[in-house]
Design a protein around this ligand. Structure first.
Ligand code: HEM
Length: 513
């Protein structure tokens, strides 16, 4: 009897505490996973229409409170931040030690100390100094495009190489050499520190493949590893299953374990070398943390070796997959909207001759239409459509009392497609972000938040916008792009920790005359 009581408590306890929040009927154990399987990520928009701006969704046994309204997002992300300061740790992450100790999933004072130290790397003056370095990576990554005229390229691969190199340099002071046309085809023995280039194509492609694998295998839908799926249904069983499966060759858990071990080993090597380097500058993010640690301005326990490794790796992940996805989706959308392309080319050509490289101020002020195009593309393809939070005390949101420990997820992707804020939301119309446009004036200020909201919003927003703008200006000065006939229509997406393209973005390059 006690056993049955315990089992029922385990299965229904999480639901019972939140039963007053509306939501569709859910099945024991699997919760609303069948709905996710049926509709994919669109399920969150569909349910918002049916159940309103705050509703319950059971990711297996775990209930989530989904917030699908701009005003309520402001309440969760900003007004009630002190009661909701951390992110919940989703099942795929709890299975991945590599991803746990970064800024994303650290909590409370550990998080605020880390964030405050890191923030100095993202000051406007530091970012402005990165422009020449970013530009040189961009030139290098796009150097071979002339040879691919009238051929299809997988643009999403190029953009991932580029974004990984840029963040590798800014975060670690390491040139991975992925966008160097020669070292892509040559061999690379090791990833060397401080401005030395990586050589050996097997190693480069190995590294990038592992990096991509590690990012894309953290699924949030039903295509993850077996232990992740078990974790959704019965979290208590996830770790024992993972421990067993990671030893069985060929399973997804085994592959993830090997990949993560390899990557961690390589990155730890970089961190160790940099720790020993007495002449390090503070131009990159890793050196800055190490300097702060040695000068005792932050406690060594806050930035222990594990945390430094995790946070540096996190920058590589967070800074590459998101920026690269965004760049590819922008170019893809422009390729399908020639009126937008024409207006954009006019703005870019009007800036000056090709040898005039825009500086940080130019990027902020001289490309208003480019700004609108980027925002509209990020609205159509919101790379991070759900943002996680967890209550640290009992708190009232939208008329419901949520107990401590409730997972509250902000549905940025649903907000971005809400017709109350974006007329004809499926259409690509950059002009809707023109500050003079009526729709823009009427819009809720938090209806479009692709970088999140409040003190936990993305730390790399300005960094990535600078990189994206520089890249697009460089590309469109020389080329335009068209969809490849070999690309599926509509574009198919994969739902991992961030959105990804199922088959890449395939484009045809046309040289401008
Ligand atoms: C287009 C590019 C990017 C997008 C769309 C994006 C989006 C996001 C979103 C939605 C969040 C969660 C915010 C929240 O919870 O309110 C986030 C957090 C974060 N992002 Fe980004 N990101 C991008 C680029 C970058 C880059 C380039 C970096 C690093 C250089 C970065 C580092 C981070 C970190 C460390 C966090 C966690 C912040 C914290 O918890 O304090 N991101 N990002």
């Amino acid at each position: 009897m006690a056993l049955i009581g315990g089992l029922l408590g385990y299965l229904y306890g999480p639901f019972w505490r939140l039963r007053k929040v509306p939501g569709p009927p859910s099945l024991p154990l699997v919760g609303h996973l069948p709905l996710l399987a049926k509709y994919g990520p669109d399920v969150f928009s569909i349910l918002a229409k049916q159940y309103g701006p705050i509703y319950r969704f059971h990711m297996g046994r775990q209930p989530l409170i989904i917030i699908a309204d701009a005003e309520l997002c402001k309440e969760v992300g900003i007004r009630k931040f002190k009661d909701i300061p951390n992110r919940s740790i989703p099942s795929p992450i709890s299975a991945s030690p590599l991803h746990q100790k970064g800024l994303f999933f650290t909590r409370d004072s550990q998080w605020s100390t880390m964030r405050n130290t890191i923030l100095s790397v993202y000051q406007p003056s530091h970012l402005a100094n990165l422009v020449p370095k970013m530009q040189s990576f961009i030139e290098s990554a796009t150097q071979n495009l002339d040879d691919t005229i009238k051929e299809d390229i997988i643009f999403s691969n190029l953009s991932l190489r580029l974004a990984t190199d840029v963040i590798g340099d800014a975060a670690f002071g390491v040139n991975f050499g992925l966008s160097n046309p020669n070292s892509i085809c040559e061999s690379m023995k090791s990833v060397n520190v401080e401005n030395s280039s990586a050589s050996s194509s097997d190693e480069v492609s190995n590294f990038i493949n592992q990096h991509i694998y590690s990012t894309t295998q953290l699924k949030m839908d039903l295509s993850g590893s077996f232990s992740i799926i078990i974790g959704l249904i019965a979290p208590i069983l996830q770790e024992p299953f993972r421990q067993i499966l990671k030893r069985i060759k060929g399973t997804m858990d085994w592959k993830m374990e090997c990949t993560n071990k390899n990557l961690t080993g390589r990155l730890d090597e970089i961190v160790k070398k940099r720790m020993e380097d007495k002449n390090r500058t503070s131009k990159n993010f890793l050196s800055l943390i190490l300097n702060a640690r040695e000068s005792k301005s932050v406690s060594e326990s806050v930035f222990s070796f594990d945390y430094i490794s995790a946070i540096t790796y996190e920058h590589l992940l967070a800074g590459s997959a998101t920026t690269s996805f965004t760049l590819s989706s922008i170019v893809y959308l422009i390729a399908g909207h020639l009126n937008v392309e024409e207006k954009l080319l006019q703005e870019i050509d009007g800036f000056g001759t090709h040898d005039r490289i825009p500086n940080a101020k130019d990027l902020n002020e001289s490309f208003p239409y480019l700004d609108q195009v980027i925002k509209e593309a990020m609205r159509i393809y919101t790379v991070s459509p759900l943002v996680a939070r967890e209550t640290s005390s009992e708190v009232e949101i939208g008329g419901y009392l949520l107990p401590k420990g409730t997972w509250v997820w902000l549905a940025l992707g649903v907000l971005a497609k809400d017709s109350r804020n974006f007329a004809e939301p499926e259409k690509f119309k950059p002009e809707r972000f023109d500050p003079k446009c009526e729709e823009m004036k009427r819009r809720h200020p938090y209806a479009f938040i692709p970088f999140g909201i409040g003190p936990r919003a993305c730390i790399g927003q300005k960094f990535s916008m600078q990189e994206i703008k520089l890249t697009l200006i460089h590309l469109y000065r020389k080329y335009v792009f068209r969809h490849s006939l070999n690309m599926e229509k509509p574009l198919e997406l994969e739902y991992g920790m961030v959105l990804n393209f199922k088959h890449g973005v395939k484009l045809r390059v046309i040289k401008r005359t």
